[in-house]
Design a protein around this ligand. Structure first.
Ligand SMILES: NC(=O)C1=CN([C@@H]2O[C@H](COP(=O)(O)OP(=O)(O)OC[C@H]3O[C@@H](n4cnc5c(N)ncnc54)[C@H](O)[C@@H]3O)[C@@H](O)[C@H]2O)C=CC1
Ligand SMILES: Nc1nc(O)c(N)c(N[C@@H]2O[C@H](COP(=O)(O)O)[C@@H](O)[C@H]2O)n1
Length: 277
C-alpha cells in the first residue's frame, strides 16, 4: 500500500470515472491546443463568497477533493488578482500520490497563474504559493500583466517569483472604453500565451470578475468545459456573484449562455454540474 501524507485528499475511482468525460483529453503533440475548464463553487444565490475581499468555504470535503482531482488533471490553474488578494490561495493539488503529497517531484501539480493586469498582487515570501513552491509541494506561480502598467515594487515581486522558478509575462491590453482603467486583456491572447508556454489545459477557478467576463458571449466559446459545485447554502445580498451582463439582440433580451451534455453528480451534501458551452 502506498503511504500518503496525513493531510492528503482522496477522490474515489468510481467518482473520477463519472467526471472523466469532462476532464481534458490527452494532448496531441502534433496539434498543440489548449483545453479550458471553467470551474468554481457557488451558493444557491449564485455567490462565490460572502463579500468582496473575503474567502468563503462552500465546498464540502467530497467536492473539495473533486476540485483537487481536477487540479491534478490540468497543466495550470488561473485566477484573477481579486482572488489572489482575498484568499492568499495555495493553488496546488493535495490529492495523495501527486508530487509533494506522496509522489515524486512535482508530477500532477498544476502551474498557478494569476491574472494581474496592473500589479495589484503583493506577492512575497509569506504568500502561500511561494512557500509551497519552496517546500516542493506546488509549482511556482506565473503572473500575467498588461503592457504599460505602472507598478510599485515590480522588481522586488519579480525577484520573489523568479527565485522559486516563477515568472511574469506581459500581454498586450485591449481598451474596452476611453477610460484607461477599463483596459483588459483579450482572453484569446491569454490562452495563446499559455499555449506558447507549453500549457495544454487550464482550469479557471475565479473569481467573480474573471468568471463573468468568460461567460460573456464573446468569450464563452473559448471555454471547453464548465464544472460547478453547488453548495446547499444561501449567502445573502452583498456577496461576489456569478451573474454576467445581460444579452440583448435586436432589442430583445435572450439568455446569455446555456450548457449542453449536462451531468449532475451528487458529492456529499453538494451537487456538481458538468457541461459544455
Ligand atoms: N467559490 C469559489 O469557487 C471561488 C471564490 N472566489 C472568491 O471570489 C472573490 C474574488 O472575486 P473578484 O473580486 O471578482 O476578483 P477576480 O479574482 O475575479 O479578479 C478580478 C480582476 O481580475 C482581472 N481581470 C479579470 N478579467 C480580466 C481580463 N480579461 N483582462 C485583464 N484582467 C482581468 C482584473 O484585474 C479584475 O479586477 C473572492 O471573494 C474569492 O474568495 C474566487 C475563486 C473561486
Ligand atoms: N472549489 C472551491 N470551493 C470553495 O468553497 C472555494 N472557496 C474555492 N475557492 C477557490 O479555491 C482557491 C483556494 O484554494 P486553496 O485551497 O488555497 O488551494 C481560491 O483561491 C479559489 O480559487 N473553490
Amino acid at each position: 500500500m502506498i503511504d500518503h501524507p496525513r493531510d492528503a485528499l482522496t477522490f474515489p475511482l468510481s467518482e473520477s470515472q463519472t467526471l472523466d468525460p469532462y476532464v481534458p483529453p490527452t494532448p496531441d503533440p502534433e496539434y498543440p491546443t489548449l483545453h479550458v475548464t471553467l470551474t468554481f463553487a457557488t451558493s444557491l444565490d449564485s455567490s462565490l463568497s460572502l463579500a468582496p475581499g473575503t474567502q468563503t468555504a462552500l465546498s464540502g470535503l467530497a467536492s473539495k477533493s473533486m476540485t483537487h482531482y481536477l487540479r491534478s488533471k490540468h497543466d495550470a490553474i488561473l485566477i484573477g488578482v481579486g482572488t489572489a488578494v482575498a484568499d492568499n490561495p495555495s493553488l496546488n493539488c493535495r490529492i495523495g500520490g501527486v508530487g509533494g503529497y506522496g509522489g515524486k517531484g512535482l508530477k500532477g501539480q498544476p502551474r498557478p497563474v494569476v491574472l494581474d493586469p496592473r500589479g495589484r498582487w503583493e506577492v512575497n515570501n509569506e504568500s502561500k504559493v511561494i512557500k509551497l513552491a519552496k517546500e516542493g509541494r506546488g509549482k511556482a506561480p506565473w503572473v500575467i500583466r498588461m503592457t504599460n502598467a505602472k507598478e510599485e515594487n515590480a522588481r522586488e515581486k519579480e525577484k520573489v517569483l523568479k527565485a522559486v522558478g516563477g515568472d511574469v509575462f506581459i500581454v498586450p491590453s485591449e481598451c474596452s472604453s476611453a477610460s484607461e482603467s477599463m483596459s483588459r486583456i483579450d482572453w484569446s491572447n491569454i490562452f495563446s500565451l499559455l499555449t506558447a508556454k507549453g500549457i495544454r489545459s487550464v482550469m479557471i477557478e475565479g473569481g467573480g470578475g474573471v468568471i463573468n467576463d468568460l461567460l460573456h458571449p464573446q468569450n464563452f466559446g473559448l471555454v471547453d468545459t464548465v464544472i460547478v459545485t453547488i453548495a446547499p447554502v444561501w449567502l445573502g445580498k452583498g456577496g461576489v456573484q456569478v451573474c454576467p451582463d445581460e444579452r440583448v439582440e435586436e432589442g430583445v433580451r435572450i439568455p446569455v449562455g446555456r450548457l449542453r451534455d449536462v451531468k449532475w453528480v451528487p458529492l456529499g451534501e453538494d451537487v456538481v454540474l458538468c457541461g459544455r458551452p
